[in-house]
Design a protein around this ligand. Structure first.
Ligand code: DLL
Length: 433
């Protein structure tokens, strides 16, 4: 499939026509080639010929992460292996790894979507892009690399980790943009401050993703590195980074709708929810050849915004995912999302930092919830502030928002282990018992 360079501003009726053609093509092809999809269509009594346009999407069966495990490693691929030019894998938190595959066209489209994202953040051929996403099976490193190469920027393929080397490289090589997870960007910002080199770095922007992050984290990164920070979203099962990205107005991430169609559903009933509702994000890949998916349940919770954007892009936006439905903890029978605890922490007036850890355990058959959070330097050095009072305030706020008791421990700045990739915010020790 050949991409149209004007695709980002395509009128919506043309976009819908393109989506419809591609969906019909994809469904017919998958019905022939992918056993799991064909079986589900047959069980539901849906024939490929029932799908005439994108409006028929809701008739199609869902697909799930479990399918990738059940058909491991290549059972869901829709092309012979000789046409698969690269595989990526993700270990996930449970079970065996999942494998995804790309044809040459898939790799081209992937690079194109990442190029759109980097360009929206201001990148061009004069930029030096320090790519601190991990290279390897993770889609972050090579995905961003190929998009940056397509633009013609100078790629600095440093990968994640080795923070001292990141700082030296940033200064010596004159990096103008940085890409990594937002939690690693926060860590780099601290390291830049410690090294006292903020006035020697030339960074102007960063593109961050692969995990949920808040507006407060954005401000902390922007201030720490002296840059504008952009969000990028994606998942291995759909392609990797570049499924959606922020434009200069930063009011949601434009979904590459020529390639991916999004729906929001009720995660319990599977029903498609009305425009603007919050629910589970579901994606269908329209042009993927190697490993296409229909109505893939991402388990990410967010909402879609259909309002036209000031930037002129016609593709709809998704709001920042607040977490995954499978991140949900059940603590003493209460449903708790880590993002709800984060929200409480960020609303105590700058006294704590966004570095925290949630520890869940089971003692005498009762769940316990402990929250360790770093206090800010200002709070620690302010003589009138009281740690005990602040801990109590946070405990009260958690109780009133979540209806559950917790123990809160204010810990010293920089005492919680920093992450070079996706931050590990939750430690659930109950699984060990
Ligand atoms: O994280 C791909 C990626 C790499 C995206 C680099 C952006 C930048 P996975 O490892 O398969 O793929 O994890 C996908 O990460 O379902 C979300 O839960 C989460 N996620 C990814 N980007 C964002 C984001 C990559 N911008 C899972 N905001 C997804 C919130 C995100 N969550």
């Amino acid at each position: 499939m050949i991409l149209n360079p004007k695709i980002e501003t395509m009128p919506r009726d043309e976009l819908k026509k393109l989506q419809s053609e591609r969906l019909v093509w994809q469904v017919n092809r998958m019905y022939e080639r992918v056993e799991c999809f064909r079986n589900r269509m047959d069980v539901m009594g849906v024939k490929p010929s029932d799908i005439k346009s994108i409006d028929d999407l809701h008739l199609l069966p869902f697909s799930y992460k479990k399918d990738l495990r059940d058909y491991y490693p290549y059972g869901l691929f829709a092309e012979p292996m000789e046409n698969i030019k690269r595989v990526h894998a993700s270990s996930g938190t449970t079970g065996k790894q999942i494998v995804v595959g790309y044809t040459e066209n898939d790799l081209k489209n992937w690079a194109e979507t990442v190029a759109r994202a980097l360009t929206a953040a201001g990148a061009d051929k004069n930029d030096f892009i320090q790519n601190a996403f991990g290279y390897g099976f993770f889609t972050g490193g090579l995905g961003i690399h190929d998009g940056a190469s397509l633009i013609g920027s100078t790629v600095i393929p440093i990968s994640a980790g080795n923070t001292q080397r990141q700082i030296t490289t940033m200064v010596d090589f004159g990096s103008t943009m940085i890409t990594c997870t937002p939690s690693y960007a926060m860590y780099l910002a601290e390291a830049v401050a410690e090294a006292g080199v903020k006035n020697q770095i030339k960074l102007k922007a960063g593109v961050f993703g692969a995990e949920p992050w808040t507006e407060d984290m954005r401000h902390a990164i922007e201030q720490g590195l002296g840059i504008k920070a952009y969000d990028i979203y994606g998942l291995s099962e759909i392609q990797g980074p570049g499924v959606s990205y922020e434009c200069e107005y930063q009011c949601g991430m434009h979904i590459c709708e020529d390639l991916f169609v999004a729906e929001i559903i009720d995660p319990d009933t599977g029903e498609v929810l009305p425009e603007g509702s919050t629910g589970e994000l579901v994606f269908t890949t329209l042009a993927k050849e190697g490993f296409p998916v229909i109505r893939y349940r991402t388990r990410d919770i967010c909402s879609l915004n259909y309002e036209p954007c000031r930037c002129g892009r016609t593709h709809i936006r998704m709001n920042k995912p607040t977490g995954r439905s499978d991140d949900m903890l059940i603590i003493r029978g209460v449903n708790v999302f880590p993002s709800q605890i984060e929200e409480v922490l960020l609303n105590v007036g700058g006294a704590v930092t966004p570095n925290y850890q949630i520890i869940v355990d089971r003692v005498n058959n009762t769940d316990t919830l402990d929250v360790n959070v770093e206090m800010s330097e200002e709070f620690m050095h302010d003589e009138v502030s009281s740690i005990a009072n602040l801990e109590k305030t946070i405990v009260d706020k958690i109780r009133s928002t979540l209806g559950i008791g917790a123990k809160v421990h204010l810990v010293n700045p920089k005492s919680i282990t920093r992450s070079e990739g996706k931050a590990k915010r939750v430690i659930d020790n109950r699984k060990l018992h």
